[in-house]
Design a protein around this ligand. Structure first.
Ligand code: BEZ
Ligand code: FE
Length: 280
């Protein structure tokens, strides 16, 4: 093989430079990345103008990142990469709760609240009682599970997107199960909202004729000693965007019927049981 790069030998020439002492996993990942990247360039016969445009796009994506904004994760989400990484790393046995994207709006150390408490602090939206159990695969209740929940408000924004406008910890809270594994809290029936689309990812979506909307959902992070953690959402059945989620996060098993009630204290009830798998 010639040591000089040509269109025919480019993959072999580049990968031959990987040093013998290189970490084997890094060598595997990088050599595969080079193989696929070079195949892609040949497949579309990438022009120089397109290459420059791609470099500009990635540069702007990096420049858009800050403590409050992670445009690269948004890019990964909208390309389906985040959901694919999740899928290959969290295959679940039948009956176990499925996972979905974490998203950028989780805040660690939200206040732990008593069972049944209201997490919506801004007085907006239609109140919903969320309830169910945390179970193991055999149907036994899981005690001491922490259920960390967060959602947008009735205007479609998370509290961290509107500091000073929304109360801190609006639509967030952590709940701890007792021996019966039950949880209950009140929040709002969430609304669909657009992901941040004022940057390069938003421009990419527009150029591809894609909308930035996510179907309405409540986020859950469920952890319990001895069990795999579950990062997931429940989605509101009937939402217009269930089949076109901008970040591909919807799974059939996560779609939940929000049932209207006659109760004074809430307009809706959403029942969902979480089934955890044992930590390996
Ligand atoms: C979210 O559900 O909070 C979210 C997920 C991915 C990208 C943007 C937002
Ligand atoms: Fe969300």
């Amino acid at each position: 093989m010639s040591q000089y790069l040509t269109a025919e030998n480019s993959v072999e020439v580049v990968n031959a430079r990987i040093g013998a002492e290189t970490d084997p996993r890094l060598a595997l990942v990088m050599s595969s990345l080079v193989r696929h990247l070079h195949a892609f360039i040949k497949d579309v016969r990438l022009t120089e103008a397109e290459w420059e445009s791609a470099i500009g796009f990635l540069t702007e994506t990096g420049q858009m990142c800050s403590d409050q904004r992670q445009e690269f994760i948004l890019l990964s989400d909208t390309l389906g990469a985040s959901m694919l990484v999740d899928a290959v790393n969290h295959p679940k046995p039948a009956g176990a709760t499925e996972t979905t994207v974490f998203g950028p709006f989780h805040v660690a150390n939200a206040p732990e609240r008593p069972m049944g408490a209201q997490i919506s602090l801004d007085g907006k939206g239609e109140i919903c009682l969320y309830q169910g159990r945390v179970l193991d695969l055999d149907g036994n209740p899981v005690e001491n599970a922490l259920i960390d929940v967060w959602s947008d408000n009735a205007d479609g924004f998370y509290d961290v997107q509107q500091p000073g406008l929304q109360p801190q910890w609006n639509n967030r809270g952590i709940f701890r199960t007792g021996p019966d594994g039950r949880y209950a809290f009140r929040g709002i029936k969430p609304v669909s909202y657009p992901i941040p689309d004022d940057g390069p990812v938003g421009r990419m979506l527009a150029a591809l004729g894609r909308h930035p909307w996510r179907p309405a959902h409540m986020h859950f992070l469920v952890t319990a000693p001895g069990f795999e953690r579950v990062i997931t959402h429940t989605f509101v059945a009937g939402d217009d965007y269930l089949t076109s989620d901008a970040v591909f996060g919807v799974k059939q098993s996560l779609i939940t019927t929000f049932v209207p009630t006659q109760s004074q204290s809430e307009a809706w009830v959403a029942d969902y049981d979480f089934v955890l798998t044992k930590a390996s």
